[in-house]
Design a protein around this ligand. Structure first.
Ligand code: UN1
Length: 499
């Protein structure tokens, strides 16, 4: 399939892709595959008005009926999984298997949300007063803005969109300006579902294309009740300040600096597979990518030697081709950031294995890089930063307490794991004195989380939770109801107030 075939299969016609001011290139070979027309701030305000009007209707549609729309979106995604998966791969450079996996996450969260549409449960609460009942109910919040990053161009949108829609909230999506095509293709998929659904209000599902300023319209507008943002810590800080100023709600999924502790009893075969998938998958550009490996002294030499051999044989190449495991970085800026981090690590005493550009003759305008393993004498400042590239810093530990302290001594708190078959160690890692991350795994790498659990993390990761568990509560407002069905009016706390 040519690039044009992939775009056409996703319903992106050549007139949609030409004549605009936003050049979209594919990291596969660096060529420009579209010039899109962007939306102005005024267009975004119009979109917000339309979404607000849609909210008036959508919040009254019974939640299971809202779930029907999400069921249809899931059905359309199933039908288009191969096409959209290929477009994900083309536009952000992850290998096709991972592109397909991303679309599968969308399908899974749709299924989850359909079930949820019949389970938006509140509580009944014991009242302290006779003849009184208390309960907690959940109502739609309002318009939900969704800001997404290039590395997972579609799945995080869907975690938010599927939940927001069943919760009664219209959605406006601002995708990364590096990956707008997957968003437009997804919008088309939704439009098919909306048509089949029949009577959804206009403006329920919208996408706006452009740079940062149009995201700012979403974060500053009082008409946008919730903003869910995935991306850098810097972006998250700006979003959270804008939202705090108007008491809006934000759901943040920001950087990670995820680690694995490999203990003496670990199954090393399993650990190696997990390490390599999490460290080089998506060319190290997942927020859940493995960036730090904390290895017990007693197995350090053996494990690092095995990893180096595995890294030497990793197939790097066109992500759309079978057998390739490492695709390109998103662009030359990402490659430059990788080089800078490695230079700093060397200056800090790190020993670098691998690294450097790859496939420059075949793809002179792309940014293919060889994944790097860096043996570090200690956890220096550069190790504490998230560099969005396939760099795996390796450090030694002696005691589990020391390993956990090192593990937690970074600003980010997204995902984490331990490889060990000693239940004392694994349970300690999962306990209150263990990992401080939102996700903590045993004998599984830090990336590739299932949608059923709440996804997100602490500290600089922003504290938000998306996807499974009770993350839906982020898209609804809670209301406490006290109902007096007696003939008296007793006051709470035993207060008397006779008039
Ligand atoms: C991201 O990188 O923003 O756990 C999300 C994972 C995926 C999601 C990553 N399910 O790696």
């Amino acid at each position: 399939m040519t690039f044009q075939d992939i775009l056409a299969a996703c319903g992106l016609s050549s007139d949609m892709l030409a004549g605009g001011d936003l050049a979209v290139s594919t990291p596969v070979d660096g060529s420009i595959i579209a010039r899109l027309r962007t939306h102005s701030s005024g267009d975004v305000e119009t979109a917000i008005d339309a979404a607000r009007t849609a909210f008036g209707t959508w919040r009254q549609v019974p939640a299971p009926r809202r779930g029907e729309l999400v069921r249809l979106i899931g059905e359309e995604l199933r039908a288009d999984k191969e096409k959209l998966g290929a477009l994900v791969s083309l536009e952000c450079g992850k290998i096709l298997q991972e592109g397909l996996g991303e679309v599968q996450e969308m399908i899974d969260i749709c299924d989850f949300a359909v079930g949820l549409s019949r389970q938006l449960y509140g509580l009944t609460i014991a009242s302290e007063r006779p003849g009184h009942a208390m309960r907690e109910t959940w109502h739609p919040m309002g318009v939900c803005g969704i800001i997404t990053a290039f590395n997972f161009p579609v799945a995080p949108w869907c975690w938010n969109a599927a939940l927001a829609l069943v919760c009664g909230d219209p959605i406006i999506w601002k995708p990364s300006e590096k990956t707008p095509l997957t968003a437009l293709a997804t919008q088309k998929i939704c439009e098919r579902a909306l048509k089949r659904f029949g009577d959804a209000p206009e403006g329920l599902i919208q996408t706006v294309i452009g740079e940062r300023q149009i995201g700012e319209v979403l974060t500053t507008s009082k008409s946008v009740a919730v903003v869910s943002a995935t991306g850098s810590v810097r972006m998250g800080k700006a979003v959270s300040v804008a939202l705090a100023q108007r008491f809006g709600r934000c759901i943040l999924e920001l950087g990670g600096n995820n680690a694995m502790i490999v203990a003496p009893t670990a199954d090393l075969e399993m650990a190696i597979r997990a390490i390599v998938f999490s460290a080089v998958g998506t060319a190290g550009q997942r927020c859940t990518s493995l960036r730090r490996l904390i290895v017990h002294d007693s197995i350090y030499d053996q494990l690092v030697a095995r990893l180096k051999t595995t890294y030497d044989g990793l197939p790097i190449g066109n992500p759309l081709e079978d057998g390739v495991l490492v695709g390109p970085l998103i662009d030359s800026d990402a490659a430059a950031a990788m080089d800078r981090a490695l230079e700093q690590a060397k200056a800090d005493g790190g020993q670098v294995h691998g690294s450097g550009p790859a496939l420059q003759d075949d793809y002179p305008n792309a940014a293919y890089a060889r994944p790097a393993i860096v043996e570090m004498p200690s956890q220096t400042a550069i190790v504490c930063e998230e560099t969005f590239a396939p760099i795996l810093y390796v450090m030694k530990y002696d005691t589990l307490d020391g390993a956990i302290a090192l593990h937690n001594a970074v600003p980010q708190g997204l995902s984490s794991c331990i490889f060990s078959t000693d239940v004392r160690e694994t349970e300690t890692f999962l306990s209150s004195v263990g990992s401080d991350c939102g996700i903590a795994n045993v004998n599984i790498g830090p990336s590739g989380a299932e949608i059923g659990g709440a996804f997100g993390g602490e500290k600089d990761t922003g504290g938000g939770r998306e996807s499974g568990s009770d993350a839906w509560k982020g898209y609804m407002r809670r209301q406490t109801n006290t109902i007096n069905y007696s003939r008296d009016l007793p006051l709470a706390q035993g207060i008397t107030f006779d008039i």
